[in-house]
Design a protein around this ligand. Structure first.
Ligand code: ADP
Ligand code: ZN
Length: 632
C-alpha cells in the first residue's frame, strides 16, 4: 500500500545482509564511495535494531548515521531536531538526493502541516524532521502511532544536558519515546562530548543499554589560534584581509551591541558582513541566515544564538572577539569551520576585560551556588586553554578525554610561547594592590597599577600622588603589554580578583602565599607576533578575489569558476543553498577529472543517482563547451 521505500528498489541482497545494502544506498543515493570512520558500524548497528549514542565532532558525518538506516529499514525515520530554522534546507538537501523527506514545526501553516501528516501516515516519507516541542502535543503522538517508524534520531542530543551549554527543556521529554515505542531503535547524536555531558545524555535519554560510539574529536584541518586582545576589531580585520579575503566565516561576539558594532565596522571597511542576534526582528534574522547560507563569501557577525546545525560546508574561519563561556561551547562553535575538510582557521582574541566580564556575569547570574560553581569551572577551563604554553589541540582533546600528540597546526605549535618565572613580577603587582589599600585606603584597576609600576607620571598618577608610593617605578623592566599579560594571568589564576563596577583589584585567599614567597607563579610569555598559518599559498584566480581551493592547479580554475557560476544560477533558480546542488569538493573533482560521459561523472564523489539524472547532461554540456572568448 505504501510507496516503495528508496532502498527497497536496490538490487536484491537477500543473503548479502544489511552491510551491502547500506553501502549501496551510500553509493547510489549519496554518491559517496565508502563510509568514514565509524559510520559503517553505527549504520549496521541501527539497521539491526540497536540503540546507539554517537559522539562525533562537527563535520564528522553524523547525518548519514541515521539517514542510511532510515532508508534501509522499513518505515519512516523520525528525526528530532531543535533547528527549526534549518529544517527546510535539510529537507531540500535530501529531496535533491531523491530522498522523500518532510518536516513538522511551528513555522508551517496548517495546510502545509496537514500535507506532511498525510504523507507520513501513508508511508510516503523516508524521513520526518520534528521539533522536540511537537512531541508534547498529544496529536503528534497520535499521528506517529498511525505510521510505521523505522527509527528515532535525536540530533543535537547534548540539548538534554543541563551541564552543557545548549540545554532545552523540551528535550527532557524525549525519554518518553522509549516507553511509547519500545521496539523502535533510537540513535542519539551530538558533537559535544565531555564526560559529564556524555553521562548526562546517557542517563536522561535512558541510553545505558545503547551502544556508544565515540569518534576522535580532532578536526585536523582547523588551525586553532588564540591571541591577546589589542583592538580586537582591527585584529579581526587584519586576519580577514591577510588570510581570508572573500571567504565565508563567522565572527562571534558576546553582546548584541558588539555584534551590531562589529558588523558595521566590517561593512564600512568593505567586508560583506551581516549581523545576527536574538534581538533582531525574526524576519531579518532568518533573511540574514538564509543569505549567509546561499551567497558566497559572506561574514556573519553573531552571538552564539547563531550556528547550531548550520551545515554550510565552506565556512573558512570562525573568529571569537570575546572569551567563550566554556570549552565545550568554544569547540562546538569553532567546529563550524571547515566541514568540507579544507584548511580553516579558528581565531580567538582574549584579554583581561574578558575575565572580568565573565566572572561578573557568573556572580550576578540566577541559579544556586552549585550552578555558579559549574559556570566558574567552565570559564576556568577556557582560561587554562588560553594561557597554555602547550599545543592547543592536545588541551582541547584532553578536555574531551582524548589523548593526542602536538599537532603542528595551532599557534602554540607554530610559534611556541615560553613560560617564565613571574613570581617577582606577581609580587610587585600584588604589593602595589596592598599598598594602595593599606596606605591610602584605595582600590584601583589594572591600568593604574601598571602605570604606577612602570613609573609613569600620568594625570591620574599625579592627581592621587601615586608617584610617592615606594612601589612607584619598580616594574620598569616589563613593557605595558607584558604587565597587561601579567594582570590577565594573575586574574585567570585567581591570584587577584576584581570587584565592583569599575573593575578595581583586590587580593584573594591565595595572594598571601605569593607575597610571602611561599608560592611561585609560572606565566606565559605571549609570542611577539601572532602565529601565521604555514599553509599552501592560495593560487589567485582570474578575479584575483575569490580564494581558489588549495589543491586545484591554476589551469583548472576557469572550469571550476564556470561550474561555480552554473551552480549559483541553478541554486538560485531552485531557491536552495549552493551546496545543496553540489559541494565545492564535488565541483573540484569534476573540474579535475573532466568527465565526458555520464558514467564517468557518476564516479565523482558526491554525484548520486538523482543528481546525475537531474544535472548530468547540463554538466557534461558545460564541460564540452569551450569558454567564451574574452572580448578584444
Ligand atoms: P555532522 O552532522 O557530523 O557535522 P555531516 O553529516 O553534515 O556532519 O557531514 C559532514 C560532511 O561530510 C557533509 O558534507 C557530508 O556530505 C560529508 N560526508 C559524510 N559522510 C561522508 C562519506 N562517507 N563520504 C564522503 N563525504 C561524507
Ligand atoms: Zn598544536
Amino acid at each position: 500500500m505504501s510507496a516503495p521505500n528508496v532502498a527497497a528498489s536496490a538490487p536484491a541482497t537477500e543473503d548479502g545482509g544489511a552491510d551491502s545494502e547500506a553501502l549501496q544506498v551510500l553509493r547510489r543515493i549519496f554518491g559517496y564511495d565508502a563510509f568514514r570512520g565509524s559510520q559503517q558500524e553505527v549504520v549496521e548497528h541501527v539497521i539491526g535494531g540497536g540503540d546507539a549514542l554517537v559522539l562525533m565532532p562537527t563535520g564528522g558525518g553524523k547525518s548519514l548515521c541515521y539517514q542510511i538506516p532510515a532508508l534501509v529499514r522499513s518505515g519512516v525515520g523520525v528525526v528530532i531536531s531543535p533547528l527549526i530554522a534549518l529544517m527546510q534546507d535539510q529537507v531540500d538537501a535530501l529531496r535533491a538526493l531523491g530522498v522523500r523527506a518532510g518536516f513538522l514545526n511551528s513555522s508551517q501553516s496548517l495546510d502545509e502541516r496537514q500535507l506532511v501528516e498525510a504523507e507520513f501516515a501513508a508511508g510516503e516519507l523516508d524521513l520526518l524532521y520534528l521539533a522536540p516541542e511537537r512531541l508534547r502535543v498529544e496529536a503528534t503522538v497520535r499521528l506517529l502511532k498511525r505510521g510505521t517508524i523505522s527509527l528515532f534520531a535525536i540530533d543535537e542530543a547534548h540539548c538534554v544536558a543541563q551541564w552543557g551549554h545548549d540545554f532545552r527543556p523540551d528535550y527532557l521529554a524525549l525519554s518518553a519515546l522509549h516507553e511509547h515505542w519500545p521496539e523502535v531503535p533510537r540513535i542519539a547524536l551530538t558533537a559535544t562530548a565531555t564526560e559529564a555531558t556524555h553521562a548526562e545524555i546517557t542517563s536522561r535519554l535512558a541510553l545505558a543499554d545503547a551502544r556508544h560510539f565515540v569518534a576522535s574529536f580532532d578536526r585536523p584541518n582547523i588551525q586553532y589560534r588564540i591571541a591577546p586582545k589589542d583592538e580586537p576589531r582591527k585584529q579581526l580585520l587584519h586576519l580577514l584581509r591577510t588570510e581570508h579575503q572573500g571567504d565565508a566565516g563567522i565572527v562571534y561576539c558576546l553582546s548584541r551591541a558588539s555584534v551590531e558594532k562589529t558588523a558595521a565596522y566590517l561593512v564600512e571597511r568593505g567586508v560583506e558582513a551581516l549581523p545576527y542576534h536574538a534581538g533582531l526582528d525574526s524576519r531579518v534574522r532568518s533573511e540574514n541566515q538564509s543569505r549567509f547560507l546561499r551567497e558566497e563569501g559572506l561574514v556573519m557577525v553573531a552571538t552564539i544564538a547563531f550556528g547550531m546545525g548550520i551545515d554550510k560546508p565552506d565556512v573558512r574561519f570562525v573568529a571569537h572577539l570575546d572569551l567563550p563561556k566554556s570549552v565545550e561551547g568554544y569547540y562546538q562553535e569553532t567546529g563550524r569551520a571547515g566541514r568540507d575538510g579544507l584548511p580553516s582557521t579558528a581565531w580567538l582574541a582574549y584579554g583581561f576585560q574578558d575575565v572580568v566580564q565573565q566572572r561578573k556575569m557568573i556572580e550576578t547570574s540566577e541559579g544556586d551556588q552549585a550552578h555558579r560553581r559549574r559556570l566558574a569551572a567552565h570559564v576556568d577551563a577556557m582560561l587554562a586553554l588560553c594561557e597554555t604554553v602547550e599545543c592547543r589541540r592536545v588541551q582541547l582533546l584532553d578536555y574531551f578525554g582524548q589523548k593526542s600528540e602536538p599537532c603542528g597546526n595551532c599557534d602554540t605549535c607554530l610559534v611556541p610561547p615560553s613560560s617564565w618565572d613571574g613570581t617577582v613580577a606577581a609580587q610587585k603587582f600584588l604589593s602595589t594592590v596592598v599598598r594602595l589599600q593599606r596606605e591610602r585606603g584605595q582600590k584601583f584597576g589594572a591600568t593604574q597599577i601598571t602605570d604606577i609600576l612602570m613609573g609613569r607620571k600620568t594625570a591620574k598618577v599625579i592627581q592621587f600622588d601615586h608617584d610617592a608610593l615606594s612601589v612607584f617605578g619598580v616594574g620598569a623592566e616589563l613593557s605595558e603589554a607584558e604587565w597587561r599579560s601579567v594582570a590577565r594571568q594573575l586574574l585567570a589564576q585567581r591570584l587577584v580578583a576584581v570587584e565592583g563596577e569599575y573593575g578595581t583589584l583586590v587580593l584573594t585567599e591565595d595572594s598571601g602565599d605569593v607575597l610571602g614567597g611561599r608560592r611561585s607563579v609560572a606565566l606565559r610569555r605571549d609570542p611577539e607576533k601572532a602565529a601565521r598559518a604555514a599553509r599552501p599559498a592560495k593560487a589567485s584566480g582570474g578575479t584575483g578575489r575569490k580564494a581558489a581551493p588549495a589543491d586545484l592547479p591554476a589551469e583548472l580554475l576557469p572550469v571550476f569558476d564556470r561550474l561555480r557560476a552554473w551552480r549559483a544560477a541553478t541554486a538560485k533558480e531552485q531557491g536552495v543553498p549552493a551546496y545543496v546542488v553540489f559541494h565545492d569538493a564535488t565541483l573540484r573533482e569534476i573540474a579535475a577529472t573532466a568527465p565526458t560521459t555520464l558514467a564517468e561523472l557518476a564516479s565523482v564523489s558526491g554525484v548520486g543517482e538523482n543528481k546525475l539524472a537531474t544535472y548530468g547532461e547540463q554538466i557534461l554540456e558545460l564541460l564540452a563547451t569551450p569558454p567564451a572568448e574574452p572580448a578584444g
